[in-house]
Design a protein. Structure first.
Ligand code: FES
Ligand code: FES
Length: 231
């Protein structure tokens, strides 16, 4: 695979081909200048007044002040208002993980999070993982090294999820397949279990699993650990 395209996949700048969405929910409903009204007899302007609010979202270290429809999902705001299109829309129902972002370091399906609920949280998307100098996050580097994608559509969600997985393991959080909750170790079964919410329609799991294991080694190495991984 061309190196340039691979870099784009792990940085989340792949071409977007998400299903067509309704008109930007972050912008709608826009009050027209006319005097139309809804079925309740309320004017469009009045409807907009009760459905829109001023929001402040902190994303990848930057504060954004936005005027948003209160019903807007975080995913739609990221993609349609802020052009952070790394987070992908797959199912829009919390079932595929393509939209995974980090909220205060914990993974979340941004299609299920109302933007209003993300206020006051540190939101990290795939675009925010690389260092300021452009150096890839260890998980991004491992996905690149292991060719852990085909079309790349699920990749940003997989990477964000894996970043949180490494944190969960480092903090000793057990999963459903953990053998010893007092000594949590990452192995292939643990990766498969913990990443089960991230679906890859291309079936690139054979490379995704070793990439996550490798990322743990890279992370542990950077932190001065022994990087031991159970296989
Ligand atoms: S788009 Fe959010 S889980 Fe599928
Ligand atoms: S690489 Fe295509 S869906 Fe995962």
């Amino acid at each position: 695979m061309a190196a340039g395209r691979s870099q784009a996949y792990v940085r989340g700048v792949t071409p977007t081909h998400s299903p067509a969405t309704a008109a930007d929910p972050g912008r709608s409903p826009t009050a027209p200048s006319g005097a139309s009204s809804d079925t309740s007899g309320r004017s469009d302007a009045a409807t907009a007044a009760v459905t829109r609010s001023a929001y402040r979202l902190r994303i990848n270290g930057t504060e954004h002040e936005l005027d948003l429809d209160n019903r807007a999902s975080l995913l739609d705001v990221l993609r349609d208002r802020l052009d952070l299109t790394g987070s992908k829309k797959g199912c829009d129902h919390g079932q595929c993980g393509a939209c995974t972002v980090l909220l205060d370091g914990r993974r979340a399906n941004s299609c299920l999070v109302l933007a209003v609920a993300a206020q006051g949280r540190e939101i990290t998307t795939v675009e925010g993982l690389a260092g300021a100098d452009g150096e890839l996050h260890p998980v991004q580097q491992a996905f690149l090294d292991h060719d852990a994608y085909q079309c790349g559509y699920c990749t940003p969600g997989q990477i964000c999820s894996a970043v949180a997985v490494l944190d969960e393991v480092a903090n000793g959080w057990p999963s459903a397949v953990t053998r010893d909750p007092d000594a949590v170790e990452l192995d292939r079964a643990e990766v498969r279990e913990r990443m089960a919410g991230n679906i890859c329609r291309c079936g690139a799991y054979a490379n995704i699993v070793p990439a996550v294991l490798e990322a743990q080694r890279l992370t542990a190495g950077a932190a001065g650990g022994d990087g031991a991984v159970t296989r």
